[in-house]
Design a protein around this ligand. Structure first.
Ligand code: KIV
Length: 281
């Protein structure tokens, strides 16, 4: 597929052609997502939870993110690649945000970076855009602020909160954001934001009216046997399938069925005979 750029995303928005957006954290998934023609790939800080087993995204660092971003770029050279700015990589100061955002672009080969927050990060978004770092805003449920939000809850459900989100989206666009991701907000709010935005919008748990739909890869392929957010649709039961393979491998090794002759390297018969003579059983 041709390289997906911000212009591709803008054109698709203009044509009202729904876009696809998944997370990836390594080379094999990046390869598959590019093969499937996924438009946008995010190396999300959700990696902390679905790859490293943390209970939140907060422990994720730039040191964890950078190797993942490089691997994903190798697997998906044509996708629009977004690097997720981890907790405290942009909050402390604008120079720090620019330095870390610049690393995603220069070292990681990203097309953009994503950071969480509305009006409170507008000055950071402006400074990064001025520094030639395209920014995807992330509003609604912002997991890095879960402690402030009182947990992982849907946002914008009363009128004041909905209006605030709609304003935040506009503020981010005016601050220079090149796209917006909305998480866990009512479809009605996402529809208003998408209609008013001249930049592409993406939704995860934000209903059908966004310009594109996002899911976390491990959730949508059914990697885990645990309760998932309401907005997740499982398209496969990969975890169960992998578990079956592991159990079968164990059984076959224990029963002496693996490896079979076809999994072994052959040796000329005379060499094998000579070896047997030198090293009798
Ligand atoms: O880190 C992540 O996976 C996210 C999701 C909302 C896509 O930010």
């Amino acid at each position: 597929m041709p390289k997906v750029t911000i212009q591709t995303l803008r054109d698709k928005k203009a044509r009202k052609e729904p876009m696809t957006f998944l997370t990836a954290y390594d080379y094999p998934f990046a390869l598959l997502e590019q093969k499937a023609g996924i438009d946008v790939i995010l190396v999300g800080d959700s990696m902390g939870m679905v790859v490293y087993g943390y209970s939140s995204t907060l422990p994720v660092t730039m040191d964890l993110m950078m190797p993942a971003v490089k691997a994903v770029r190798l697997g998906a050279p044509d996708a629009y690649l977004v690097g997720d700015m981890p907790y405290m990589s942009y909050q402390p100061s604008i120079p720090e945000a620019i330095r870390n955002g610049g690393r995603f672009m220069a070292e990681g080969g990203c097309d953009a970076v994503k950071l969480e927050g509305g009006r409170e990060v507008a000055d950071v978004v402006t400074a990064m855009a001025k520094a030639t770092i395209p920014v995807m805003g992330h509003i609604g449920l912002t997991p890095q602020a879960a402690a402030q939000l009182g947990g992982y809850k849907a946002q914008g459900r009363d009128l004041a909160a909905a209006v605030r989100l709609i304003e935040d989206a506009k503020i981010l666009e005016e601050a220079g954001a090149s796209s917006i991701l909305m998480e866990a907000v009512p479809a009605e709010v996402a529809a208003v934001i998408t209609r008013r935005a001249s930049i592409p919008t993406f939704g995860i748990g934000a209903g059908p009216h966004c310009d594109g739909q996002v899911l976390v890869i491990h959730d949508m392929i059914g990697m885990f046997d645990r309760k998932l957010a309401k907005f997740v649709k499982k398209y496969a039961e990969t975890g169960a399938q992998i578990l079956r393979a592991l159990e079968e491998f164990k059984k076959e090794v224990v029963e002496g069925k693996f490896p079979a002759p076809e999994h072994c390297y052959p040796m000329p018969e005379d060499v094998a005979a000579e070896l047997k003579q030198r090293y009798p059983e």
